[in-house]
Design a binder for this molecule. Structure first.
Ligand code: NCD
Length: 304
């Protein structure tokens, strides 16, 4: 049985298989409404302990495109509000025999903990500031589509890197795939260390952007930090908000990404976020569906 907890657990062959299957689904989705019965009769349990628009909805749509049903468990209306523990909650839900569980949680390794107490596949939909494997996979798929390949592409990941699970999973995944990684962040939002070797670090766009193909902006994770770590929004935007002028520092045609939700006028200008040629934000969201279809199909079919 296969879980998807961290990208570091994936072999290059498994990553390629996800990309190939996701691209097949993407092609089919682009040629009209797609429906398959590959997961007909499967029941997917969705457990989101943190808010979400993109990830939760795209898992739902992905599951339904493959014929599965989705059941949402909502912490706010659950017996955890009557002090039931996470373990008792998980064991209770596992006794109902879902075919797979999707988990988002603010605690590091909660998805792995849950995987240890259920007998179905578990997919990590984002935990703490450490891991967001399906976001990294859909980001890498998006870069591959736009650049034609991943090996040798230069990607700068910018902003609140210290508190970003998107950044952490992208470092682990893109490094495995031969991408050259840079980080551009103020000192207060720069991690003390990285899980992979060889990342170039910069504290300004002027130093870090020249030569970059892809500039990935990140939301400031105010919920995961002391507010004193960042200046006010206007001052942050002046130094670390991406605009067309700053993107031009790459010296080539380069593209901007953002996992969303975006704080316009803080991390990125309105104009750049909405630029149909240079912004890949909508493409990232769209790729969430075929990528999560590939993941759901693979983990559900891994159960013998
Ligand atoms: C991110 C998340 O929740 O980790 N969003 C997403 O899943 N697309 C990023 C964020 O919240 O800033």
């Amino acid at each position: 049985m296969t879980h998807l907890i961290n990208v570091s657990d994936l072999s290059p062959q498994e990553i390629e298989a996800y990309f190939d299957q996701a691209q097949r689904f993407a092609d089919e989705l682009s040629s009209g409404a797609f429906y398959s019965e590959a997961l007909k009769g499967k029941i997917i349990l969705s457990m989101f302990f943190e808010n979400s628009t993109r990830t939760r909805t795209s898992f739902d749509i992905a599951a339904k495109r493959l014929g599965a049903s989705v059941v949402h468990w909502d912490p706010e209306n659950s017996s955890m509000k009557k002090d039931e523990s996470l373990l008792d909650t998980v064991q209770t839900l596992a006794a109902m025999k879902p075919d797979a569980i999707i988990v988002r949680h603010s605690e590091y390794n909660a998805p792995r903990f849950i995987a240890g107490h259920v007998d179905c596949p578990v997919i990590n939909a984002g935990d703490s500031y450490r891991a967001h494997p399906t976001q990294a996979l859909l980001d890498a798929l998006t870069i591959k589509q736009v650049m034609g390949h991943l090996e040798g592409v230069t990607v700068a990941i910018c902003g609140d890197v210290a508190h970003s699970r998107v950044a952490n999973s992208n470092f682990a995944l893109l490094d495995k795939l031969g991408v050259k990684l840079r980080v551009i962040a103020p000192k207060s939002l720069m991690p003390e260390s990285f899980s992979v070797q060889g990342i170039e670090t910069y504290t300004s766009f002027a130093d870090g952007l020249p030569g970059c193909d892809i500039v990935m902006m990140l939301r400031i994770q105010k919920e995961r930090m002391d507010a004193s770590a960042i200046p006010n929004d206007a001052a942050y935007f002046a130094d670390y908000g991406l605009t067309h002028d700053k993107l031009a520092l790459t010296g080539k045609t380069s593209y901007v990404m953002h996992p969303g939700p975006m704080n316009r006028g803080v991390e990125i200008s309105h104009e750049l976020a909405d630029d149909p040629k240079l912004s890949l934000v909508t493409k990232q969201v769209a790729n969430g569906i075929p990528l999560r279809m590939a993941v759901l199909q693979s983990v559900c079919q891994s159960v013998s």
